[in-house]
Ligand binder design. Structure first.
Ligand code: PMP
Ligand code: GLN
Length: 392
């Protein structure tokens, strides 16, 4: 075979930066603040239920749409935290992580030549999946305001739409900038969606990880949006079990059906014992969710201060467990990829170059931005902070 066997639709997409940077951390023994996964475990009662379920023999396929009790728990969770109502039998689909929910939403909805409006920097799978769906990504760049917070320009957003736009793919709280979109910002997006009769795929995996006075608002709660929004989340971030990959999509039945048509071709279903355990997680008291955010906030503050002291200009995130920081004050001669390749050797810490989270034609937007994950034990964040501050 002389030519590359890779499908044209996957040309130009490199290997996952998260895998690459974690491999670098393993190879160098550096502290891994790159890929976003906790170095601590989920709630003991949730872990115990998964172990019990395996021991009890609950190890065969779950129903294609997910374990009934989990769909019930997702429905109650959406009502309890956000006031959103979904019928557990027809409007909720359990998926293999939020990743599969996003993939199945895009591939279940998109036709050749459709356009997908998305904010960048963006989560890495969005671009490749849009291409797999035969569609075209229309990125709108988030930029820092005078106070350092990243947001979009309303005119630039309006210019991203055309008669071919089919979907808006939204992520709030936003990875990697940490912006939690306000009701005003969401209203601007919603107005476009309603006027143009679009579908919104809303990736809300960090829904419980918000700090200070920031409030997470699901776009489906805005007037006219419930009927056109697929709201996606996952147990990975809320229960510190990223390897379990139990996610869900909530939407009116006709939209969930489209997602399910694609999803059944990917994995059909998976993770039976973990679905039962996440059910218990979703039923934990409010205090569990508020403590989760409060613990992370302390780590955010420690790492933000250390990054400032080390000569970075960090964006203090309103949500998620990532801090994106500008390196150009102290390292103007390095781009973020070079910087992240050198950082483990020079200082014993791993980060993610944010430049790869931009559309290839906009990569210069992120030339000086790197992302650090702070979902680590306080002692890990403390040690990483010491290394960064004392780095000569
Ligand atoms: N969306 C965003 C914005 C993420 O950061 C992640 C983290 N991996 C995912 C989706 C995927 O979630 P999951 O691990 O549940 O597939
Ligand atoms: N969501 C995590 C991150 O952004 C992990 C992504 C991944 O490993 N694919 O780092």
């Amino acid at each position: 075979m002389t030519n590359s066997p890779l499908a044209h639709r996957l040309e130009g997409f490199g290997a996952s930066i998260f895998a690459e940077m974690t491999a670098l951390a393993v190879q160098t023994g550096a502290i891994n603040l790159g890929q976003g996964f906790p170095d601590y475990d989920g709630p003991p009662e949730v872990l115990r239920i998964a172990q019990e379920q395996i021991a009890l023999g609950n190890n065969q396929y779950p129903p294609g749409i997910g374990v009934a009790d989990l769909r019930q728990a997702v429905s109650v969770h959406q009502k309890r935290f956000w006031g959103l109502e979904y019928d557990p039998n027809s409007e909720i689909l359990i998926t293999v992580g939020a990743s599969e929910a996003i993939a199945a939403s895009l591939l279940g909805l998109l036709n050749d030549g459709d356009e997908v409006v998305v904010f960048e920097p963006l989560f890495d799978t969005y671009a490749g999946l849009t291409s797999l769906g035969g569609a075209v990504l229309k990125p709108v760049t988030l930029r820092p305001q005078p106070d350092g917070r990243y947001t979009f320009d309303e005119t630039e957003l309006a210019q991203a739409f055309s008669s071919k736009t089919r979907v808006i793919l939204l992520n709030s709280p936003h990875n990697p900038t940490g912006t939690v979109f306000t009701t005003e910002e969401l209203s601007i997006i919603a107005r476009q969606a309603i006027e143009r009769d679009l579908i919104v795929i809303s990736d809300e995996v960090y829904e419980h990880l918000v700090f200070d006075n920031a409030v997470h608002v699901p776009i489906a709660t805005l007037p006219g949006m419930h009927e056109r929004t697929i709201t996606i989340s996952s147990g990975g971030k809320s229960f510190n079990v990223t390897g379990w990959k139990i996610g869900w999509a909530c939407a009116p039945a006709h939209l969930v059906n489209a997602v399910r048509m694609a999803k059944q071709l990917f994995t059909f279903a998976g993770g039976t014992p973990f679905q039962v355990a996440i059910t218990a997680g979703l039923r934990l008291p409010d205090e569990y969710f508020s403590t989760l955010a409060a613990d992370l906030q302390e780590k955010r503050d420690m790492l933000t201060n250390a990054l400032s002291a080390a000569g970075f200009v960090p964006i203090k995130p309103e949500g998620t467990y990532f801090i994106t920081a500008d390196i150009s004050n102290r390292w103007p001669h390095l781009n973020s990829l070079e910087f992240c390749q050198q950082l483990p050797h020079a200082c014993g810490v791993v980060a993610i170059p944010a430049s790869v989270l931009y559309h290839p034609t906009h990569a210069t937007e992120g030339t000086h931005l790197v992302r650090f994950a702070f979902c680590k034990q306080l002692s890990t964040i403390h040690e990483a902070s010491e290394r960064l501050v004392n780095w000569k």
